[in-house]
Design a protein around this ligand. Structure first.
Ligand code: RFL
Ligand code: PHB
Length: 398
């Protein structure tokens, strides 16, 4: 098979790129290790920034998102037993975010791809990338045949590494050309999804003496909650009842009274990490999304960053094919990384503000409380949180 762009990874980044390239008449194939159902079964992001909403529209898949997504103009921060609202909409001059799950984003993109008759190769095993230091890169994978091990090869002009943190593309970049920055946090997030009405119409980020908690949602009838837990905890050790009990203890009396509990339909623990790869281009292979960077989920930035990488990459590829210029390609890494570091900084800072760090002692906690007090009671402080939470525009700083 020969295509212009071989996209490794069929998560939200790979699928959005596929759709934006298709709209521009560029021929691409997606090679995904898992099945479609497996990809859709991963419960992850829930909050879309305006730039991500705009990109869904540009990709022609925004219809269901606008019908079912919930527009939020603010969120609550809970500390010392009291809730304080960050009025994002007012503080940013009218900007909002949208609650619409990553699963739904991916499903809409997959459906559009299928309707357009575009090729996605699911269950491709042993994917390898080759010759991206030449102008004839290749992607190989195994599938079909007597034991599923028949080798297939795709020739292309470019490889897009949209294969997430554990993917093959970043791992194949020459070690001498890559620099990685990493911070691992000493706790994880235990998440639960349940078909119960959300405890509040907006999100609640809670800093409690028992650890961080987040009350999020997917719809008026489906809730998503998270608890800060030690990395040593196992998901099997947490019964639904134990989860709800602990969540109640981390909320304020009003939320505690309103909380509706029910059986979990998904429960998992995610470790928290800050991670950035520099650069994001190696010859004719580009990294985008979680393949290049990870943020702790506190700032709700991961999916949004993946979407903006993809926008910059599709623009660069469109310029290459239509205007015969490599300027966008040459600029890709630098352009993405500036935005990425801004989101990394915010996500790291917000994580530090909201979680318990026993190793920082009582004074660490006092500093945290003082900072929260400042942010809530200073217009400038609250605006800084709001501005970062709603996200940067695509052309920021230009
Ligand atoms: P993904 O989603 O990991 O998709 C990568 C795809 O590549 C496939 N793959 C391979 N395919 C072929 N060959 C290989 N060798 C392959 N190796 C891997 C995988 O099967 C997969 O299908 O990366 P992508 O597309 O870059 O998307 C990134 C987002 O998934 C991620 O940043 C967000 O989920 C992060 N995130 C959040 N982001 C937000 O913007 N807002 C949020 O509210 C938010 N909440 C969250 C989150 C992530 C969380 N977890 C579990 C880490 C909440 C949580 C709990
Ligand atoms: C979610 O709904 O999964 C979610 C929302 C906000 C975050 C992280 C995750 O900051």
């Amino acid at each position: 098979m020969r295509v212009q762009v071989a996209i490794v990874g069929g998560g939200p980044a790979g699928h959005l790129l596929g759709q934006l390239l298709y709209k521009a008449g560029i021929d691409a194939v997606i090679i995904e290790r898992q099945t479609r159902d497996y990809v859709l079964g991963r419960i992850r992001a829930g909050v879309l920034e305006q730039v991500c909403i705009d990109l869904m529209d540009e990709a022609g898949v925004g219809q269901r998102m606008h019908a079912e997504g919930l527009v939020h103009g603010g969120f609550d921060m809970l500390f010392k037993g009291e809730r304080h609202r960050i009025d994002m909409n007012r503080l940013t001059g009218g900007k909002n975010v949208m609650v619409y799950g990553q699963t739904e984003v991916t499903r809409d993109l997959m459906d559009a791809r299928q309707a357009a008759g575009l090729t996605t190769i699911y269950e491709a095993s042993n994917v390898t990338v080759h010759d991206f230091d030449t102008d004839k890169p290749r992607v190989r994978y195994e599938k079909d045949g007597p034991n599923g091990k028949e080798v297939h090869e795709i020739e292309c002009d470019f490889i897009a590494g949209c294969d997430g943190f554990h993917g093959v593309c970043r791992a194949s970049a020459p070690r001498s050309a890559i620099r990685e920055y990493e911070k691992i946090y000493p706790f994880g997030w235990l998440g639960i999804l349940s078909d119960t009405p959300p405890v509040h119409h907006e999100l609640i980020y809670a800093n409690s003496p028992r650890g961080f908690a987040l009350c999020s949602q997917r719809s008026h009838t489906r809730s998503r909650y998270y608890l800060q837990v030690p990395l040593t905890d196992k998901v099997e050790d947490w019964s639904d009842e134990a989860f709800w009990q602990e969540l109640r203890l981390r909320l304020d009396p009003e939320a505690r009274a309103k909380l509706v509990t029910g059986p979990s339909i998904e429960k998992s623990i995610a470790p928290l990490r800050s991670f950035v790869t520099e650069p994001m281009r190696f010859g004719r292979m580009f990294l985008a999304g979680d393949a290049a960077h990870i943020v702790p989920p506190t700032g709700a930035k991961g999916l949004n960053l993946a979407a903006t990488d993809v926008k910059y990459l599709s623009n660069a590829l469109i310029e290459f094919y239509q205007d015969k210029t490599e300027a966008g390609i040459d600029n890709y890494s630098e352009r993405c990384l500036r935005r990425i570091w801004r989101a990394e900084r915010f996500s790291w800072w917000f994580t530090g503000l909201m979680h318990r760090f026993p190793e920082n002692g009582e004074i660490g906690q006092k500093f945290q409380e003082a900072e929260l007090d400042y942010l809530i009671h200073s217009e400038a402080g609250a605006r800084s949180v709001a501005e970062n939470y709603v996200g940067l525009p695509l052309d920021f700083g230009e």
